[in-house]
Design a binder for this molecule. Structure first.
Ligand code: GLU
Length: 432
């Protein structure tokens, strides 16, 4: 289709804005492309382009050696239109306001696409968790939780795990919040241990969701899943679960990596043996069942389906020409730059966008939050079936819109999401 040029008065994020970052440029470029396809009015663009609330905190943490270090943390809430905001919190050296703003915007689209009653949020603390002790991470988590109290709450903003955070951090977060208000509030975060009101389905949900969506796409393309070879970049909460699930359904995982390095095995990796190796040594590196490759070179291993499940901006103008796959399934948030996306499109490599592929995590977070609020727990099977149903319904919608508008899946997914949020904003009007 021919995309109409943006209206002359269409707002753009100005250079030097508070949220200015490479990732925010990426997120807003995707939004603007979608807004052009939808011929979205200037008022809606203005209301959706920038995050509604951004909090930056600086706080001291006592380190194990007795010294005090100051850490910077963020929480960005992209839209307050759809309900409370929702999104993970990450610990990484690159965490910045601009990164959180981009990730918060994607959470808005992800929730809207899945029909979850949330706006998007994201937060995190700039730190190197791999160099911190458990005690230091606990003190950092508790203080970060306390710093966020002015803007979070079970009906205001509900954090969850993201990179380098999991059930352990969610338990400390929930405890800190509960201590502040004087009673247990399990619904303040999702991704908690099941003993604290979490659900067994949440931890594997993102990885499982990636596979459910990939299976759905492959089925529609007529490519039998068991005949495909897969490469997974990342061996954390998402990549590891996805790789194991693919192995269990009989597909071949021919490449994998973690932060330290990767492996290539054209006949397929023995995932249970690799998991045992990684559990013992803390890395996939050195595993005898594959040839070593670097964590970036793994992306160039020949395969049918490439699953970037590590971090953002991995498929770029620099390496997009060297990828040897037919389909990319974005398990990480924002792994493909707009430049790489254009190059992949020219090579007819299909891309299943992050907001669909990795939405399984927030979908089960929603189930967990509803159960905590209702004080009523659902059956595990029921949650798994609902997850599959909800993801497949979103996929069907994306597929139909992509065909109808003749646009790539990302634009189709964002069109569904952006239209929903824009419609809600229009109906609510502007206060006062
Ligand atoms: N951090 C996850 C994401 O990027 C999940 C967020 C949540 O469960 O709220 O989708």
């Amino acid at each position: 289709m021919t995309v109409p040029p943006p209206a002359a008065d269409a707002p753009h994020v100005l250079e030097g804005s508070e949220w200015g970052s490479e990732l925010y440029r990426l997120a807003t470029a995707q939004f603007e492309r979608t807004a052009d396809v939808l011929a979205l009015d200037a008022e809606s663009r203005t209301r959706l382009l920038e995050p509604r609330r951004s909090l930056t905190v600086n706080f001291p943490v006592r380190m194990d050696d007795g010294s005090v270090r100051s850490f910077t943390g963020y929480r960005v809430q992209h839209t307050l239109t759809m309900g409370p905001t929702k999104g993970g919190m990450r610990y990484a050296p690159e965490v910045s306001l601009g990164e959180c703003a981009a990730l918060a915007m994607w959470m808005t689209w992800k929730c809207a696409l899945l029909g979850l009653p949330y706006g998007g949020a994201k937060g995190g603390v700039r730190c190197e968790p791999r160099e911190m002790s458990v005690g230091e991470i606990e003190r950092l988590t508790r203080r970060y939780a306390a710093e966020l109290i002015p803007i979070i709450g079970p009906d205001r903003d509900i954090p969850a795990p993201d990179m380098a955070t999991g059930a352990r951090e969610m338990a400390w977060f929930m405890d800190t919040y509960s201590q502040q208000v004087g009673h247990s509030v399990p619904e303040i975060v999702t991704g908690k241990p099941p003993a604290l009101g979490g659900t067994d389905v949440r931890q594997p949900a993102t990885g499982l969701g990636v596979v459910y969506v990939a299976e759905g796409v492959l089925e529609r393309l007529g490519w039998p899943v068991r005949e495909q070879s897969f490469v997974v970049q990342g061996f954390g909460n998402v990549g590891r679960v996805a790789a194991r699930e693919l192995y269990d359904i009989g597909a071949r995982v021919v490449g994998i990596s973690d932060a330290d390095g990767g492996l290539h095995a054209p006949d397929g990796l023995d995932l249970p043996a690799l998991e045992a190796w990684a559990d013992e040594r803390g890395t996939v590196v050195g595993f005898p069942g594959g040839t070593p490759v670097s964590r970036t070179a793994v992306l160039e291993v020949p395969c049918d389906v490439l699953i970037p499940a590590a971090t953002e901006q991995q498929l770029t103008a620099e390496n997009a020409d060297r990828l040897q796959c037919r389909l990319v399934v974005e398990a990480a948030n924002g792994p493909t730059t707009p430049e790489a996306e254009a190059m992949l499109a020219a090579r007819e490599i299909l891309v299943v966008p992050d907001v669909l592929a990795n939405a399984g995590g927030v979908c089960v977070s929603y189930f967990e939050w509803v159960q905590d609020i209702q004080r009523y727990s659902w059956d595990v099977i029921e949650q798994q079936e609902r997850l599959k149903r909800q993801l497949r319904a979103a996929l069907a919608e994306v597929w139909a819109v992509a065909e109808r508008l003749d646009v790539p899946w990302r634009t189709a997914a964002l069109s569904v999401a952006v239209s929903r949020v824009a419609e809600a904003a229009r109906l609510r009007g502007i206060y006062p």
